[in-house]
Design a binder for this molecule. Structure first.
Ligand code: PXG
Length: 292
């Protein structure tokens, strides 16, 4: 059976799930989105994802007609209709259909889309042996241009970075901010461990306020690991004992080489491994449950 996609009040088979070419989400990337996961019939951190979705929408002055409760219902119903126990969930709200021209006021009604699909996992070996990443020339968006805190449909900044990384034979890119400090990767936040202290760039460095990032900071504090949100340089990362990335898709993934420099002893570190385990346990607990 074909997967069903929710668009504005109805469910359509995947092959018929279509929106207007005049939708400003397509014409201008004018809209917001969330990438969420379900683990064994639990929508992980759904409240936090919806808070971020509504905050992004508020910043771009996009009024979502649904409240949290209705949005939760639509997501759960879509998962049920598709009999998905483990899933990748994409909630998208665009400015809606307008005309040719930037003016968002011409768009009378936002388009609300919920896609649920099977989750494609990264290969096991990357979690076991760690990733190699590369710093790319494209810098992360200036916070006063398109703030990286805003999860908008404008992902070209990240896509350019991804192109530069894959062009050089790497799967993930490290982006610096406009001041040359470490920001984040194309779809993941970055952490390092130095002398048993866990560090990550503060949100004012111009990064997405990752849900996984926040969960890892909580778990680390719970484990009595010293935590610092501080400005980091590439030099700091090169000389870290451990580095890892966090994101909804990747979860917690070790990094063992950056720009050719081996991190620590070149293997996933102890603190990284203990946080990977703690995060995995959390995905069984923290979220909204549903039944099929
Ligand atoms: N930074 C950026 C730029 C992101 O896009 C993260 C960090 C991690 O945030 P969360 O809240 O997921 O811990 C993201 C998240 C996709 C995809 O389909 C992208 C993300 C999440 C899920 C799927 O590429 N980005």
């Amino acid at each position: 059976m074909e997967l069903e996609v929710y668009i504005d009040g109805k469910w359509y088979p995947k092959s018929e799930a279509k929106i207007s070419v005049f939708d400003h989400g397509l014409l201008y990337g004018d809209g917001v989105f969330e990438g969420i996961r379900a683990y064994n019939c639990l929508v992980f951190k759904l409240r936090e994802h919806l808070d971020r979705l509504y905050e992004s929408a508020h910043t771009i002055m996009l009024k979502i007609s649904f409240d949290h409760k209705k949005m939760t219902e639509v997501i759960v119903q879509t998962l049920k209709r598709n009999h998905l126990r483990d899933a990748y969930i994409r909630a998208v709200v665009t400015r809606g259909t307008g005309d040719l021209g930037l003016d968002p006021q011409k768009c009378k009604k936002p388009t609300i889309i919920v896609i649920t699909d099977k989750i494609v996992l990264y290969p096991d070996r990357l979690y076991k042996h760690g990733l190699e990443i590369i710093t790319v020339p494209t810098v992360r968006n200036h916070p006063e241009a398109v703030n990286p805190a805003l999860k908008s449909l404008n992902y070209l900044n990240n896509i350019l970075a991804k192109i530069e990384a894959t062009h050089s034979g790497y799967v993930e890119a490290l982006l610096l901010n406009h001041q040359g400090y470490v920001a984040e990767c194309t779809g993941d936040n970055i952490f390092m461990v130095k002398n048993d202290t866990l560090m990550t760039p503060p949100t004012y460095a111009g990064v997405l306020r990752g849900i996984t990032r926040a969960a890892i900071l909580d778990l680390a504090r719970h484990k009595k690991i010293e935590v610092e949100e501080k400005i980091l340089t590439r030099h700091d990362l090169f000389n870290a004992n451990e580095v890892f990335l966090t994101g909804t898709a990747a979860e917690v993934i070790p990094v063992v080489k950056i720009d050719g420099r081996t991190i620590g002893n070149g293997e996933p570190g102890k603190i990284t491994q203990s946080l990977m385990k703690a995060f995995h346990d959390l995905t069984k607990k923290d979220g909204v449950r549903y039944s099929l």
